[in-house]
Design a binder for this molecule. Structure first.
Ligand code: SF4
Length: 387
């Protein structure tokens, strides 16, 4: 039986020209990434253009690190240059949060534990109320309150005396997950007492099961929407694997209102990974579904090269269609026929299928590599545009 609480609905964005979204309730799960560069001295128009491309790929929210007042000034300006709802990520200095809320800011992410006195948190809450800004209370396993850390250390010593290694590690992971939830609950109390309703919570650990457990415990007790993420998840492959496992486990229990796949890689790959996870978990519909074969030693055409050239463009298309890209005739015609648009290699030629019918056969025999690419891309693009 699913005993998680349906998260409360919160409106986000909508100031100035910023897009208005809802999170929580039965709203679609929002997809987030985080800008990888400093805002200091950055070309804001270039960033705004990139945010537009992120939106095309399916991104709903973008977070920026705001470590100093100059970055806060840049952030405020940026909020007025883009319809993308922006999130300011603030640590230590509450004045940065106050300044960021002067812009068309959608959300502030703070860790009240490192902001200092309760009065400072109160000042942030008051301004968020006045400006209609959402606050994400972010708790990471690396920044637990010292009392909870001490408790864990004491338990570790006690348990290590009598348990085998695996049971011991499981127990510690459960303890840390409980401590993460406890830390979030303690912070949340300040917001609830101030009658602040627009609080989103995140509890992140770099350990998948700790993240899963903490969110499961929280979702049974509180109705604040949860932002999901596995912190410092790692490079592209490791990060996607960890995030997929954690998110699948949580999303299937209807836990999570926003997600970010944290990667030591590009924002675009974070977005693409996130949207694929949401689509495979049945949480996001529409857009192009891309099927491609892994390619092998059989003579055909360069599937990887084609997918690399086309992936970003295809994933930015709003068409609700399937596309199959296959290397040779072993599986190519079968997949090609099932897709709305299919491309398959066949010895020295390439066949293009549309709605199950062969509509083009390109003879590439006497062409250079560049000419082959040009011929395939041109024919494919013509058919894509006509769908
Ligand atoms: S479709 Fe052909 S090229 Fe692609 S993996 Fe299958 S057999 Fe290999």
């Amino acid at each position: 039986m699913n005993s998680t609480i349906v998260p409360r609905k919160i409106e986000i964005g909508g100031k100035g020209q910023v897009k208005k979204l809802t999170l929580g309730g039965s709203s679609p799960i929002l997809l987030q990434t985080m800008w990888k560069e400093s805002l200091l001295g950055a070309d804001l128009n270039y960033i705004a253009k990139s945010l537009n491309e992120f939106e095309q790929l399916g991104c709903d929210l973008v977070r920026f690190a705001v470590p100093d007042m100059d970055s806060a000034e840049q952030f405020v300006k940026l909020t007025r240059l883009t319809p993308m709802p922006l999130v300011a990520d603030i640590h230590f200095d509450y004045k940065l949060a106050l300044r960021c809320m002067d812009g068309d800011t959608a959300k502030i992410r703070i860790n009240p534990g490192n902001i200092g006195s309760k009065e400072r948190t109160q000042a942030v809450i008051q301004k968020a109320k006045d400006t209609g800004t959402v606050i994400r209370i972010g708790v990471n396993s690396g920044s637990l309150p010292s009392a909870l850390k001490k408790q864990i250390e004491e338990m570790k010593v006690k348990q290590n005396l009598s348990m085998d290694k695996k049971a011991f590690e499981d127990e510690i992971s459960a303890l840390r997950a409980g401590a993460l939830t406890e830390a979030a609950a303690q912070e949340l109390e300040i917001f609830e007492k101030a009658n602040f309703k627009n609080a989103v919570v995140s509890m992140k650990a770099s350990n998948v099961w700790e993240t899963v457990r903490a969110n499961e415990i929280f979702a049974k007790k509180f109705d604040n929407p949860l932002h999901l993420g596995v912190t410092e998840a790692g490079p592209l492959i490791q990060g996607i694997v960890k995030s997929t496992i954690a998110f699948y486990r949580l999303l299937e229990q209807n836990i999570g209102s926003t997600i970010r796949v944290s990667l030591s890689d590009s924002c675009e790959n974070e977005i693409i990974a996130g949207r694929e996870i949401l689509a495979e978990c049945g949480k996001r519909q529409g857009g192009i579904r891309l099927v491609s074969c892994p390619r092998c030693g059989r003579k055909g055409f360069d599937v990887q090269g084609f997918v690399k050239r086309w992936q970003t463009k295809l994933l930015s298309e709003k068409k609700d269609i399937s596309i199959a890209v296959m290397g040779c005739v072993v599986n190519g015609p079968g997949e090609g026929k099932h897709a709305d648009l299919g491309v398959t290699g066949a010895e020295d030629s390439v066949i293009i299928f549309k709605h199950g019918e062969i509509i083009k056969r390109l003879d590439l025999k006497n062409l250079t590599e560049e000419e082959k690419i040009e011929a395939v891309d041109k024919a494919f693009n013509e058919e894509l545009q006509s769908l």
